[in-house]
Design a binder for this molecule. Structure first.
Ligand SMILES: *Cc1c(COP(=O)(O)O)cnc(C)c1O
Length: 398
């Protein structure tokens, strides 16, 4: 068969994102291959989704075996992988109940619904959820409204009401928004799409205390930070807090579409009929989730992941000092490099031409999110290409 080397100039796909003229046809571990046979070191990994890299054996085997056994009995019946994955998630977290969905946005919609239900039952119909400027929670109408992304308040107006915005790491801005209509506070432990902006440990602990005092639910959106991304199974555990509700997505399926909403017994108040979905707890994607968790929970995996994160952060700091760039932020293998100028998109394009895939969540910074099982050598390779891409971009007059 004669494969095309490029996508056609005009396709039948809706133009929802500016896509480069590259057709990826194969992936293996840290590497993606295009139709012309060129390979790229992938530090995007499906937007921090492929936590074990491309087509890892553990997921390939688990999904193949499950596909041959049972793909879909339907969401209103029990299945073994869903039961096992829920057990494993609750056994390794401070939560008691799990609802599975297919995307991060859908898990967050579930969290919003759960908080509103809890407000009906326990707080006289309180329904407002305080969220944060520059936060990102997904692309459904409610999760866009919960997000604080500039411009999203008018795109697809009117918004879903009930999401007043506070400022990250400023507890007084949260305090000021609390009223008898407030039921919860919802945030990302590290704002990923905003450019990897961490909530401080002090701020998270202040929020926990405030929520306790005012009888509010604390919801952490760990769709990006969860499942080992920060070197911990969940980012919030590094700060010694126990939220009432947590959402997971991205890394949970290692590339397959599964997300989860977790709640403590006290917060878990859905009754039959309140929540559901055709693909919820589908055994095929749950089998992938089990393969991911088994790998991450194996002895030494997360400790090694933290070491790789330290290696990459140190290399980025050295590169920043060498080239006179800005701050290095983040935790584990969710890191950002400030460029000191709005040249992010050009660096991304140049790096791709040199064989490295990275992402610029904001024009002035780059985000690096390699697979969690990346090797020291791959990190050295990536840093060398990144140095070249930034140097080249600076030489080109814009
Ligand atoms: C990616 C992301 C989402 C949305 O997940 P989808 O699977 O794209 O719906 C929600 N919250 C955070 C923090 C994310 O990074």
């Amino acid at each position: 068969m004669n494969l095309p080397h490029h996508p056609p100039a005009i396709t039948s796909l809706m133009p929802i994102a500016p896509r480069p003229d590259t057709l990826f046809v194969r992936g293996a571990g840290a590497w993606l291959y295009d139709a012309a046979g060129r390979r790229y070191l992938d530090w995007v990994q499906g937007w921090a989704v492929n936590c074990l890299g491309h087509s890892p054996q553990a997921i390939v085997d688990a999904v193949a075996a499950q596909a041959a056994t049972l793909i879909n009995p339907g969401p209103a019946f029990y299945n073994l992988p869903a039961l096992a994955l829920a057990e494993k998630l609750t056994a390794n977290s401070g939560f008691d109940h799990v609802f599975f969905a297919s995307s991060g946005a859908e898990a967050n919609e579930g969290a919003i619904k759960l908080a509103r239900k809890w407000g009906q039952l326990h707080k006289g119909g309180a329904h407002e959820i305080i969220t944060f400027v520059d936060g990102f929670h997904g692309r459904t109408l409610a999760t866009m409204s919960a997000s604080g992304k500039p411009g999203w308040d008018t795109l697809f107006a009117p918004q879903v009401p009930g999401f007043p915005k506070a400022r990250l790491n400023d507890i007084s801005t949260v305090n000021r928004l609390i009223s008898d209509k407030t039921v919860a506070v919802m945030l990302e432990p590290i704002q990923g799409e905003a450019g990897v902006i961490p909530a401080s440990g002090d701020f998270l602990r202040q929020l926990r205390q405030l929520c306790d005092e005012r009888q509010l639910l604390l919801i952490v959106d760990e769709v990006q930070t969860g499942i080992g991304r920060t070197g911990h199974l969940f980012a919030h555990t590094a700060h010694g807090i126990q939220p009432d509700i947590m959402t997971l997505g991205k890394g949970l399926g290692g590339g397959l579409p599964i997300s989860a909403l977790l709640a403590t017994r006290a917060a878990s108040c859905f009754a039959p009929g309140d929540q559901g979905g055709t693909y919820c707890g589908n055994p095929l994607v749950c089998a992938a989730g089990l393969a991911v968790l088994d790998t991450l929970l194996a002895d030494g995996f997360l400790a090694t992941c933290r070491q790789r994160g330290e290696q990459l952060a140190a290399a980025l700091r050295a590169l920043s000092a060498e080239l006179g760039l800005g701050e290095v932020r983040g935790q584990g293998l969710l890191l950002a490099l400030e460029l000191g100028a709005d040249c992010g998109p050009e660096v991304v394009t140049r790096a791709r031409a040199l064989g490295l895939l990275i992402n610029a969540p904001r024009p002035h910074c780059l985000r690096l999110m390699p697979a969690l099982n990346t090797t020291p050598e791959e990190i050295e390779t990536g840093i060398a290409v990144l140095r070249e891409a930034i140097t080249d971009t600076r030489k080109t007059p814009t």
